[in-house]
Design a protein around this ligand. Sequence first.
Ligand code: AMP
Length: 289
Amino acid sequence: MPTTPEIVRTVGGLRDRVAIWRRDGGRVGLVPTMGALHDGHLALVRRSLDESDRTVVSIFVNPTQFAPHEDFETYPRDEARDIAAIGAMGTDVAYLPDASEMYADGFTTTVSVAGPSDGLCGAVRPHFFQGVATVVSKLLLQCLPDRAYFGEKDYQQLLVIKRLVRDLDIPVGVVGVPTVRESDGLALSSRNAYLSDADRKTAPLLNATMRQVADKVAHGDDVAMAETWGRVQLQDNGFDPVDYLEVRDADTLAPIEGALAPRRLGRVFAAAYLGKTRLIDNIPVARAP
Ligand code: AMP
């Protein structure tokens, strides 16, 4: 088992490596990331290592999914630590393209996925999913793995990626991996490193409030009323602004009128700021039996 992954920085280098594995009949897993790896990312890597003969972890902070006022410049980066962490687990290749390798001069193509990109994060970050869909399409086509692994932490993103793979006939299985959390319920995120000590103490209230909203909806409360209750809780506890707190259909992301119908699977989605840090989370909800 390798303890240092091979470092590959070019599309050609990645294709050559994967072609050799394929000749030997190996199953290939790809884990796309933006680095600053934590145990949430490593759960994806673990799953790929368990299910594949070879695993590629890509680390690329994708400029096209950040708006000009967002944190592209300051996004946490620690290549050496990331490589050591995935190497210790047995990752075969760390794929680290730079921006000019990913977006050559004159690059003009974008992938946009109508439907799952609409609403929620798509409403408040208008270019975000187009940036994600374009870079993920490229990563999948560059590597052509058997399976690619994504976190349910970014559930709307997972649905966008499932749809683009289906619509563009990309021959890759998309695997969703459950969210890894701190013991107080806060979903692990590279951006948690931005939180002040005081905000870190408040942050678990996001998930706790969402669980209370889910509990109300599970017991048949009106969804709009539960959403309003949750938003007010967050605002009263210092989350500002609350971008959204909404319960949607888990498969289609359609809004829910009235109460959640029995047997319909819902999902509570929230995005809210503590100071300058934007936290997002989502959890499932079904009607209590
Ligand atoms: P990022 O580096 O934030 O773009 O995330 C790379 C991948 O890791 C995405 O598929 C995320 O959904 C996933 N991920 C991030 N945080 C978590 C978490 N706490 N649990 C599970 N997966 C996660």
